[in-house]
Design a protein around this ligand. Structure first.
Ligand code: FES
Length: 174
């Protein structure tokens, strides 16, 4: 008869000491093994992880660093430098607030405050229902359209503060 007191808890079954579940580790191994000998392997691997898994968590950074035999700091530096990478899953929609000079002066900080109040969420986070992620980004090259936000992959310029709540509500519902 199995001694229930010695059985691993569900958390122990799902996650190894590296913090990764078996499925995630297998997916990472596949990506790493397919790209480890390419030039610029770290960037290729991190890009592929972001595109296929959807984010690069600290546990995943550690795993990649260990496999590539590089310091974790080197991997972490890449993930935090490029806004393309996220450390947690993105929501169904992503709004990015341009923080370039023209947009900053043109009212993006006020749009961010409105968005935070409307969603009850923070910039850099995803709403608990997984619907919307809000982030900041660098100049997207549409300065004459300031203030600019991007909605998923679309650049939206000349965002009017009084129309902005409608946009956010639509994303929260759709
Ligand atoms: S500063 Fe926002 S698009 Fe250039």
């Amino acid at each position: 008869m199995t001694d229930m007191t010695t059985m691993p808890s569900p958390a122990e079954v799902q996650h190894g000491p590296d913090g990764l579940c078996d499925n995630k580790r297998a997916a990472l191994d596949e990506i790493i093994n397919a790209n480890i000998h390419r030039s610029g392997a770290m960037m290729v691997i991190l890009n592929t992880i972001q595109n296929t898994i959807g984010y690069v968590s600290p546990d995943m950074e550690r795993y990649v660093a260990q496999k590539l035999r590089v310091p974790v700091g080197a991997v972490h530096g890449v993930v935090t430098f490029y806004s393309f990478f996220t450390t947690q899953p993105r929501g169904k929609h992503t709004v990015k607030f341009c923080m370039g000079t023209a947009c900053y002066v043109g009212g993006v900080p006020q749009l961010m405050e409105k968005a935070k109040a409307l969603t009850g969420s923070e910039i850099g986070k995803t709403t608990p229902d997984g619907q919307l992620t809000m982030e900041v980004c660098r100049c997207v090259g549409a300065c004459s359209q300031a203030p600019v936000v991007t909605v998923d992959d679309e650049v939206v310029g000349k965002v009017k503060p009084n129309k902005f709540p409608q946009l956010i509500k639509k994303l929260l519902e759709g």
